[in-house]
Design a protein around this ligand. Structure first.
Ligand code: NAD
Ligand code: DAU
Length: 351
């Protein structure tokens, strides 16, 4: 049995990862560490304690907590770490950058320090979940490869880039067995309704206008969360020490086109619901430093890890929209005072 630490396991991608890897990797025991910030939700992990009694445990802990993290490493004798924990929302990083430095940089370095102390044999792997945003913005042409120079635009992406540089420094300086993955925009169940797709679904279901930044021509590259997580397992098991792997599904969409697809899918799924009205699109003030286009070239991961995204956009977005319609209680429960305050601050000009 391999004992794996998964940080940020109560968030969107992390919770999908925990569920999927417990199902697919019968010889893995997963220890989740999560501080349960506004984005972490124990409900995302419901049922796992019963279903996987001996292979799953949860620890409420902050990755910055040196004593707590070192004690956990001492007690658990991990075979590896997969670090999903992060502050992850670009708009929040623009409103308040400091916590992004604290969690994404200091927190990651704290985990690296614990790994340096307890991972003596070089067999034990530290996998850093990074992002395509470290590469900055593309124009109309080209794609990010692992050779593209990092050039982050937002405090979020600057903090993720910093973390990547520390991770790489730990392999060069201390020989730590590290791998980094850089994935494009994920979508799927359990994504916090501040990110584009679930935010637009929530607004549409509440008969609120859909705020599209700028002229809506910015392009994002989309992958279904299970495909990202399958790539994560492959990178953890097969990645070469010190290497970076881009993960993506070659699925670029302009924001405005994606919002229109969401509206069409909602209309189709809700045709029998009299209270649902076609939402209005509002073009609102642009995000400062808004990266124009992302496009991931996943060839290296395909060639070296055998990675291949399997879920088509058509299938993934249909599943996702159905999930949010069927799980209205899930997202209603997390729309707390903090969420409403954030939305008010972020979208005050959009009203
Ligand atoms: P999320 O915001 O949904 O989840 C983050 C999780 O980390 C939450 O459970 C939160 O409680 C936890 N966390 C935050 N600060 C913590 C701390 N100090 N200590 C312990 N736990 C803490 O984020 P997500 O979208 O699931 O992203 C997960 C990772 O994947 C992040 O590292 C992000 O940068 C990366 N990523 C995300 C995407 C995307 O499209 N969402 C794409 C590529 C990479
Ligand atoms: O590319 C990977 C990154 O994708 C991850 O590293 C981040 O953690 C994740 O949040 C995501 O970042 P983005 O900024 O691309 O995602 P977001 O959902 O915030 O926005 C997607 C696009 O939609 C972006 O161009 C901004 C636009 N947008 C977003 C919101 C929330 C709008 O036009 N209106 C909105 O209300």
């Amino acid at each position: 049995m391999k004992n794996i630490l998964v940080t940020g396991g109560a968030g969107f991608i992390g919770s999908n990862f925990v569920r999927r890897s417990l199902k697919l990797k019968k010889d893995w025991r997963i220890v989740v560490l999560d501080a349960l910030t506004y984005a972490g939700n124990l409900e995302n992990l419901n049922g796992l304690e019963d279903e996987y009694k001996d292979r799953y445990s949860f620890n409420k802990l902050d990755i910055k907590d040196k004593e707590g993290v070192f004690k956990l490493f001492e007690r658990e004798n991990f075979d590896g770490v997969i670090n999903f924990a992060a502050e992850s929302h670009v708009d929040r990083s623009i409103l308040g950058p400091l916590i992004f430095v604290e969690t994404n940089v200091l927190g990651t370095v704290n985990l690296l320090e614990a790994s340096r102390k307890y991972f003596k044999d070089g067999e034990k792997r530290f996998l850093q979940i990074s992002t395509d945003e470290v590469y900055g913005a593309l124009g109309e042409d080209g794609s990010f490869t692992e050779e593209t120079k990092v050039d982050p635009s937002s405090p979020y992406s600057a903090s993720k880039t910093s973390a990547d540089l520390f991770v790489l420094a730990y392999t060069r300086t201390y020989g730590l067995n590290v791998v980094i993955t850089r994935c494009c925009n994920n979508y799927g169940p359990y994504q916090f309704p501040e990110k584009l797709i679930p935010f637009m679904i929530k607004r549409a279901l509440d008969n609120e206008p859909l705020p599209v930044y700028g002229d809506g021509r910015n392009v994002r590259d989309w992958i279904y969360v299970d495909d990202h997580n399958d790539g994560t397992i492959l990178a953890f098991e097969k990645g070469k020490i010190g290497e970076v792997y881009n993960l993506g599904a070659r699925c670029e969409k302009r924001n405005i086109d994606l919002v229109k697809i969401i509206i069409e899918k909602l209309k189709n799924n809700l045709k029998d619901r009299k209270d649902f009205k076609e939402p209005q699109i509002n073009f609102v003030k642009d995000r400062p430093g808004h990266d124009f286009r992302y496009s991931i070239d996943p060839s290296k991961a395909e060639r070296e890890l055998g990675f291949k995204a399997k879920v088509s956009f058509e299938e993934g977005i249909e599943k996702t929209i159905k999930w949010y319609i069927e799980n209205e209680g899930w997202w209603r429960r997390i729309i707390s005072g903090e969420y409403l305050e954030y939305v008010k601050k972020q979208y005050e000009d959009a009203k």
